[in-house]
Design a protein around this ligand. Sequence first.
Ligand SMILES: NC(=O)c1ccc[n+]([C@@H]2O[C@H](COP(=O)([O-])OP(=O)(O)OC[C@H]3O[C@@H](n4cnc5c(N)ncnc54)[C@H](O)[C@@H]3O)[C@@H](O)[C@H]2O)c1
Length: 440
Amino acid sequence: MSTTNQVVEGLLEKFVDRTAVVGVIGLGYVGLPFAVEKAKVGFKVIGIDQNPARAGMIARGENFIKDVDDAELKALVDAGLISAASSFDLIPQMDAVVIAVPTPLNANLAPDLSYVVSVTKSIAPHLRKGQLISLESTTFPGTTEEIMLPILAESGLEVDKDFFLTHSPERVDPGNARYTTKNTNKIVGGVGPNSLAVGMAFYGATLDHVVPVSSAKAAEMVKVFENTFRAVNIALVNEMLLLCDRMDLNVWEVLEAANTKPFGIMRFMPGPGVGGHCIPLDPHYLEWKAREYNFCTRFIALAGEINRSMPEFTRDKAMRVLNDQQKSLKGSKILVVGIAYKRDIDDWRESPAIEVMLELEKSGAIVSYWDPFVPSFKGHGLEKSSQELSAETISGADMILIATDHSNTDYEFIVAHAKVVLDTRNATKNVSDLSKVVLL
Ligand SMILES: NC(=O)c1ccc[n+]([C@@H]2O[C@H](COP(=O)([O-])OP(=O)(O)OC[C@H]3O[C@@H](n4cnc5c(N)ncnc54)[C@H](O)[C@@H]3O)[C@@H](O)[C@H]2O)c1
């Protein structure tokens, strides 16, 4: 019988000499780049995704994520360092199991932990002595210990003794070339000291800097705080935008000038809403959990209210802009430029641009879009393909609405051919003639 110390030592050795087999559950925007990062330095990585089509693609070395290099993934698959399947029977082969499945909200803005629970239930019957299980999905403080642990404990194995459990929130910033998985500081909190030590060794084997915190719960709180910080500050500049609109002030001019202060200020920009899978969702995980403590997170509620109102405000402003052209929104042709949820990425899910398009269509506008990163999309009741960005398509629209400010876009060309432009991102700031441009 091996002692806990021997189990820990055995795992640490495997992380150091890279003989550990790494499992990644959920091969999406977080899971796939992580799998590549681990395989690149020599770990054998087995991915499990419930979507057999996605698992099949990765097993063939076919990439679908912009931040992952096609050739690199193919080479790692061909070298046998990355494999993928849909079966949890593979769990016993793994020494460390990283979970990166979705944590959405339901229709009432309450956490939907069904993916995390389902994965944990699928792991539990296969759990073996000497494994590290690490949750990377963003969630409310307490998930790892209060929800996952009781399910894993049904295996009869004891946490921090037979197996190790950590929370290590993912901080990936899609499209960010400077900060990648490898050089972004990684937070780790363990359910017990051995879990923390094993988690630190696991992540430390490939990442530049790992930051320990005292518990899994603290690690969960770190991540939701980070995203709450962003949501609240974005709401603040959005509120400034709403006031500047009434006061006939240019909010971008005000913010750019404020940002010249060398201390005590931080750059946040307003826009047609917040997007992505983190900022609009994660603060509500905390808001929901706080209720258990009879605590009302008022900043979160207010930030959510302001940020969620921005697509409607954008629709109303579009109506005013067209009104000035003697046109009604109903029946007008609007070409939306950029629909990804932020600049230079291809992810349109949870994008405020989609909300804006829905609002415009609800009011009777005829909406098309151009986005070089999103050739087509189907979701939220819409199904559209990107238009060609020609002088004809631009001049054929009653209004151009810039929703996402991709950097490879010729704004001079767009403005030159447009009848009128509603710019929700100040993307046209360097255009020579701004007479046809209205800022949000
Ligand atoms: N995308 C980001 O920028 C980002 C950044 C930081 C944190 N996060 C968090 O990371 C987590 C994952 O996000 P993502 O963007 O990678 O999601 P994603 O939708 O891109 O990928 C999730 C994957 O999990 C798979 N999956 C779902 N249920 C499964 C199950 N039961 N078993 C196996 N696979 C299953 C899905 O098929 C999908 O491939 C979320 O909690 C998210 O909040 C995301």
